[in-house]
Design a protein around this ligand. Sequence first.
Ligand code: FAD
Length: 816
Amino acid sequence: MKTIIIGGVAGGASTATRLRRMDEKAEIIILERGEYISFANCGLPYHIGNVITERDRLLVVTPDKLRATFNIDARVQHEVVSIDPKKKTIKVHELSNGREYSEKYDKLVLSPGASPIVPPLPGVDLPGVFTLRSIPDMDKIRDFISEKHPQRAVVVGGGFIGLELAENLVYRGIEVTVIEMLDQVMTPIDYEMAAMVHQHLDFKHVRLALGDGISGIEQNEALHVSLQSGKTVDADMVILSVGVRPETSLAKSAGLKLGARGAFEVNQYMQTNDPDIYAIGDAVAVKNIISGTEVNLPLAGPASKQARVVADHIAGKDVSFNGVQGTSIVKVFDLTVASTGLNAKQLDQLSLPYKSTIIHSSNHAGYYPAASPMAFKLLFAPDGKIYGAQVVGLEGADKRIDVIATAIKGGMSVYDLEDLELGYAPPFGSARDPINIIGFVAANILRGDLQTIDWNDVDTIDRSEYAILDVRDPEELAIGEIAGSIHIPLGELRERVKELPRSKKILVYCQVGQRGYFAARVLAQMGFQVTNLNGGYKTYSHAVCPQANFDTFEHVTISSREEITETVPFNPADSNQFEVDACGLQCPGPILKLYQKIKEIEVGDVVTVKATDFGFTSDVGAWADRTGNKLVSLDSDSGVITAKIQKGAAKKAEESRGTMTQDKTMVIFSGDLDKALAGFIIANGAASMGHKVTMFFTFWGLNILRKNDPPKVKKNLIERMFGFMMPRGANKLTLSKMHMAGMGTSMIKGIMKKKNVNSLEELIQSALDNGVTIQACQMSMDLMGIKEEELIDGIDKVGVATFIHASDESNATIFI
Ligand code: FAD
């Protein structure tokens, strides 16, 4: 039997070698268009970053070796251009000499992979613009870096490959900007989990634009990248990493059917609609075993398993491929980001009822050196079936996601996770592994012992119905808190319970959720209706704080950021030095240890804290700011964070923060034209002086942000009435005084034009261009029935806590 395999990398090479193991007599030919077979595409970004130092390590096998070891005829630079399924022949184009020939097959296996999507935009073909799929692509990027010494790179797309590239370009000393069209990077995980990745990218000085795509690239002195928002960024190189498209150009000539995302449709044996033609890997649509839907999952694991199934099936074995569940993992600098199964967005799309929980647990016993925390999210059905999980952490994240992946495959429920018996000794885990703990929490929720609320519901709860209770210790409050919380540390809860209003439900929170749960149990048994904040303040604060840092970099460039930490006027030789080892402690542990030490030392003394909880990177700055201490430097290496804090240099701290302490926040409540003009004139003025400005539009102020010609949106009667009565957009606003049936308003507009004063629309646009953050109050939008689509572009829809956070950071809040 003669089997021809098209594509000689992950799926193709695996099919060939497995088939040889099953059938010594088979004739096996691999036809590969590229110059290399069986290379490690997953390793390409790491050679760009010099993490994998030797290029040859990526070349797993050569055609000669395949022939010698497996008797496989592997032909590189041979492109298959068409298939004739009736005659069972293929037409091959030999790229090195232009020769064309036909080859007969008994069985044909298509493993042509997927090609990087290149958006049809001006400038994508300019020199210095790259995609990454193959060894030659990688060589081009490496050569460019060696020859041109680029200082700045733009990576378009915040998926796996985009982030791996961002990290590796940083390792080459290049300043990287990631542009991501969605409101988060890494779509397999949910927003609040991705928030930790956003903050880690910021910590690693990667500039990040979210909710924005590129609209074109021009070649000036540098590559001038325009974004859809109108913003621009200059770079010396651009890498397009916006996703891949299944390579199915051969489908047409062969009459093969296509399924999800235009990938080859296959049955459980990976046969296309022609039983003698199989397809595998990035180019096929397969069943998701949890949702039952057809998906295209371009990952190496499924490709290699499908290869085995195909080889066995060709060799006459009764085997089948049962589907995928989407297990993936990626390293983003110090973080591991892993997921399996379905996420919240997918479950919502499928209208599947589900619950979820987030825990923050250590990878191993906290008392054993170098424990590090992980954020661990589990999604499950009301009957306990596990839908999916996500982990963002350091060591041990991979192990936990793999256990959950196995549990899903084995059809286990959250109740099984409770009593899974996993290997334990202090260096490896805990007697109650994070897997068990997440099982306990999920089972508590399902058994009715615990109610939880998610971070994104906190800002929209009705405060007349809920009291918010913070059970953290007083020292932890300096990290930040939810506005309007009642503060009773857990240890004092029983004696101070009278301070809680009996008439209200209680939303309780602590730093990571555990003490909140303990408090919830105390209060529930005292007759309160109580709900615990999922993932605690840690998850909440990560998710509500600004996610993108693109505009920050406008005023604070990467190099000036370095200066912020380096030019602090402190001389270590003059100060007493202290060390605190907080490795292994979970947030807020490192902050509490730091606080204890700061209490003991003199003003001017310096404490070096080592920690492994990456929450500490954002907490320590906020804590130092609020407590009048100075964060002198902050860095991380191999998962260990090192922060230097100088005691009590509050004044110096303010000076060194430069533009940051001059932040301005504005609440725009009014929808009157004159007040809106005043607001935007002040905002533009402050922004032009380098101040960070946040404008929060609420109630009538929201009308300023409405589009003049909004798309049709679904509204109920009351919402329609509100919409009808209120001015639609900046152009329709009227003066607060002397409107005079429209005369006054027209007059003022005329005078403004004459005197060359920008119109309100122009002022709004210039504010956006100047990096002013414009926020629309989610609650007012809901109340007034204003939908997101009705608002102009570039607006953040936020809860009040997000604004309060900005207001806390500012030195003035203006109410208009
Ligand atoms: P490929 O391995 O891409 O092989 C397809 C081959 O077919 C190509 O070499 C192509 O030249 C050839 N071909 C196409 N058409 C023809 C034709 N007409 N004639 C002849 N030859 C043809 N996955 C993970 O799971 N983890 C990772 O960490 C990971 N990292 C990645 C990093 C990068 C930079 C890239 C590009 C991919 C990464 N992947 C990763 C994805 C993984 O590499 C793919 O899922 C896997 O290679 C798919 O195998 P495949 O056989 O379908 O396609």
